[in-house]
Design a protein around this ligand. Structure first.
Ligand SMILES: C[S@@+](CC[C@H](N)C(=O)[O-])C[C@H]1O[C@@H](n2cnc3c(N)ncnc32)[C@H](O)[C@@H]1O
Length: 309
């Protein structure tokens, strides 16, 4: 991704969330009133049109033909992550880190996060763009939200987070939605190993793409087209994982897998029978993992404790 420009894939995520938020309250999976403020005028017009009863099918249909499965996957996984985060916060968690936050507005829209310290981590350009748009609708960005500038591919998370006030000794939830696929394997390793070294009780909710869509070893409807589209946006996909290898991959990095759902599965969870007709993006997974507890033996944590002593 060109770091001097805001991410267009983040803008598309905001667009999908704005479309869902424009639906009647009784039908939508969530309401993100901020999302519409991050998108360009042409996309705002599409959101406006999608509120007209007859036109909504046309706008959704057009979007789904252009990017098969992207909208429905984005909506269902946003809700899945909201729910998973809400459940995790019932435990003793006082800090949440949103890695590659883009235009994610969970910090401002989820009441369950009301008293939690939040760290939004992204490229400096993204953070500046987000703050400029956000201040138009939320003049006083809450003090409990800290913005952390980083390039995951070239900088390391621990120093940046610690400088921003993150407490390594307290458990945290890390969200990493829609980001690993843009990174180098080394950057993904570095972040996962850092999370694995965080306090017991910490967890991570992250997305990854099936490695088969990247190397062509598995055929996914619309996969090739999507890869070309993100490359044209200068945000090529560079990293993926094979679902069968995920548990071992995480274990080697000090984390225990709790769950792994493909788009087909999380769409079924939230759209029910209608998910049958939603095709595309089956390669897009949401996974949940926790830091190994005492006795589960995290190499990263043991190493950190030794160096702290
Ligand atoms: C598809 S967007 C997802 C944004 C947000 N998580 C969401 O779900 O709406 C990808 C995000 O990852 C960020 N990102 C990609 N590569 C990055 C890197 N090397 N360092 C920091 N942030 C990066 C982009 O700036 C962008 O905000």
């Amino acid at each position: 991704m060109k770091q001097d420009q805001p991410s267009q894939t983040a803008e598309y995520m905001a667009f999908f969330r704005a479309m869902e938020s424009a639906r009647p309250a009784s039908q939508r999976l969530f309401a993100d009133v901020f999302a519409v403020h991050f998108i360009r005028p042409s996309l705002r017009r599409a959101v406006w049109l999608s509120q007209r009863p007859v036109l909504s099918h046309l706008v959704n249909g057009y979007t789904d033909r252009r990017l098969p499965g992207a909208r429905t996957s984005a909506i269902a996984r946003t809700r899945l992550i909201d729910d998973t985060l809400g459940a995790a916060l019932r435990e003793d968690i006082s800090q949440v880190v949103i890695l590659g936050a883009g235009f994610d507005c969970r910090a401002y829209r989820l009441s369950v996060l009301g008293r939690t310290r939040l760290f939004e981590v992204d490229h400096p350009t993204m953070i500046a763009t987000k703050l400029a748009c956000l201040r138009e609708v939320l003049p006083n960005v809450p003090d409990r939200v800290r913005f952390v500038e980083i390039d995951f591919n070239h900088q390391r998370l621990p120093e940046a987070l610690t400088r921003a006030g993150f407490q390594g000794s307290q458990p945290a939830v890390f969200l990493w939605e829609g980001v690993t696929n843009y990174l180098t394997p080394e950057a993904v390793d570095s972040v996962l190993q850092y999370v694995a070294g965080c306090a017991a009780g910490s967890r991570i909710i992250f997305t990854y793409v099936h490695a088969g869509v990247l190397n062509g070893s598995v055929s996914f409807a619309g996969g090739g087209r999507l890869l070309r589209a993100v490359a044209r946006l200068n945000e090529p996909w560079t990293f993926g994982l094979f679902p069968d290898h995920l548990a071992a991959f995480l274990r080697e990095r000090g984390l225990c897998l709790d769950g792994d759902l493909s788009a087909q599965q999380y769409r079924r969870q939230y759209f029910g029978a209608a998910a049958q007709g939603m095709k595309g993006y089956e390669f897009y997974h949401v996974a949940m993992a926790h830091v190994r507890r005492d006795g589960e033996g995290s190499a990263a944590r043991v190493a950190r404790e030794k160096s702290d002593a």
